[in-house]
Design a protein around this ligand. Structure first.
Ligand SMILES: Nc1nc2c(ncn2[C@@H]2O[C@H](COP(=O)(O)OP(=O)(O)OP(=O)(O)O)[C@@H](O)[C@H]2O)c(=O)[nH]1
Ligand SMILES: [Mg+2]
Length: 448
């Protein structure tokens, strides 16, 4: 197996159009899922469960109704994928991801594409409000991102078809980044949004980022500052969010027809996404190293256990043989002694030859000596006890013979050693190369 090479996913044409990060993530993924010698399969055969790494990061966008969530996704992807407008447009969850073909998927197909998200089914009624949009866009870092657009949040009489608070919280826990959009209009301080943010902050506060969206609509700089102060104050008032010092960049979708003098930090959002992708690449490579080590250490402990089992089996086999041999030899000698006793020495010499006859006479002599030593009225009891003892020896022999541990066959041993060599020689070398490549890419980006 040491000659095997993991199949590379990227052909020359593909490598020309994909970024190093994308290729690293794809190659790592294929090292796990390869049907012949993927890490998931190798680990599975050793009783270890591994999960293949994700090929993309997940960015969930949540916030009030009409905060500009869908518009941001459309801007990032540079394609009008999600419906936008002043009405409540997004009522469910939509995964927006890149692919080879433009496609729209419904609930069940979406869960097929994202099996990690199957537990969403626990939120009754959510399947009908689940969809996926696959776009061929390669803009910005879209090929490495899956956006999750979430239902617009409102207070009051609005009835959601499922438990929207819990569903968004659960979804947020699965994401790598959670953007919360607050818009300066209308419902900036929507209670439902604040409740969900509070829950998410408790569970995964480090992924939460707040943005003042549609900042170009906030009017003058002073108005914008006031809106921001209000939102931050409201956030700080929540016990679960009482960490203050919230950062809240102002963003808006640039509109050439309506230029605005307001500072737009939307590029910072793209940089945050990029940073998270780089962290995901590093995490994936680190996890690959850890998983390789886990497999190798499982193999060495399996081999060590197998050696210990083999030693144990040898001693158990020896005990079984000794007990069995004694269990047969002792009663045989006992009966033989009485038979030999009926022959004279000369008859035995003639029958067996002088040497064998002497050995037989010595052994049976000892037996008869012991027998004579037993008082006559105890002889029956002795025979019973002696018989029981010999039977016990035979039982012990049987017990020991079934006591051995299962050991690996030669073929199995060869297979695990080959797995270990394959991981050390091929996968680890591959990982080192990918890491080097990743570092080169980082260095190149800093040089620019
Ligand atoms: N001026 C301005 N308008 C924006 C901006 N972003 C979105 N809008 C407008 O705001 C309205 C709502 O935008 P959506 O993207 O549909 O908002 P949403 O958060 O997805 O809304 P729901 O899906 O209903 O929750 C639309 O009419 C957009 O054109 C922005 O940055 N500046
Ligand atoms: Mg929307």
């Amino acid at each position: 197996m040491s000659g095997r090479k993991p199949r590379s996913v990227a052909n020359p044409l593909e490598s020309a159009i994909t970024s190093p990060s994308e290729r690293i993530l794809k190659e790592c993924h294929s090292l796990y899922v390869d049907s012949d010698h993927g890490l998931v399969r190798i680990a599975g055969s050793l009783g270890v469960r591994l999960l293949p790494p994700r090929k993309k990061i997940i960015v969930m966008i949540m916030g009030n109704h009409s905060a500009g969530k869908s518009s941001f996704i459309n801007w990032y992807v540079e394609e009008h994928i999600q419906k936008t407008g002043v009405a409540i447009e997004t009522q469910g969850f939509t995964f927006i991801t890149s692919g080879r073909k433009r496609e729209s998927l419904t609930g069940n197909a979406t869960l097929h594409l994202y099996p990690h998200f199957r537990p969403l089914l626990e939120f009754k009624g959510v399947t009908d409000y689940l969809s996926a949009e696959i776009s061929t866009s390669k803009q910005k870092k879209f090929s490495l991102v899956t956006f999750v657009d979430t239902p617009g949040l409102v207070d009051g009489d609005m009835i959601y078809p499922f438990d929207v608070n819990s569903a968004i919280t659960w979804m947020g826990e699965q994401a790598d980044l959670i953007f919360v959009f607050f818009d300066p209009m209308g419902q900036a301080l929507c209670k439902r949004t604040l409740n969900i943010v509070e829950m998410l902050s408790e569970k995964c506060g480090d992924k939460l980022l707040f943005y003042l969206s549609k900042a170009d609509e906030a009017g003058k700089e002073t108005d914008r500052q006031r809106v921001m102060m209000q939102i931050v104050q409201e956030l700080c008032r929540r016990p679960g969010l009482n960490k203050c010092g919230f950062e809240m960049p102002t963003i808006y979708i640039p509109n050439p027809q309506k230029p605005s003098r307001c500072v737009n930090q939307i590029d910072g959002v793209c940089q945050t996404i990029e940073k998270t992708i780089n962290q995901a690449v590093q995490k994936t490579l680190d996890q690959l190293e850890k998983d390789c080590d886990l497999i190798c250490s499982t193999i060495s402990s399996k081999l060590e256990q197998d050696r210990a089992d083999a030693t144990y089996n040898r001693s158990v086999r020896l005990y079984s043989f000794l007990c069995g041999a004694l269990g047969i030899f002792l009663p045989a000698l006992f009966i033989l002694s009485f038979i030999v006793n009926t022959f004279s020495k000369e008859q035995l010499d003639e029958l067996l030859g002088e040497g064998s006859a002497r050995v037989l006479i010595v052994f049976t002599g000892i037996m008869m000596y012991l027998w004579d030593w037993i008082p006559e009225d105890g002889q029956v009891l002795f025979v019973i006890i002696f018989g029981a003892f010999c039977y016990l020896l035979l039982l012990l022999a049987k017990y020991f013979s079934g006591c051995g541990n299962k050991t690996m066959t030669k073929k199995e041993k060869r297979a695990v050693v080959e797995y270990s060599d394959y991981i050390q020689d091929i996968i680890k070398t591959k990982k080192a190369k990918l890491y080097e490549w990743y570092l080169q890419q980082c260095a190149a980006e800093y040089d620019l």
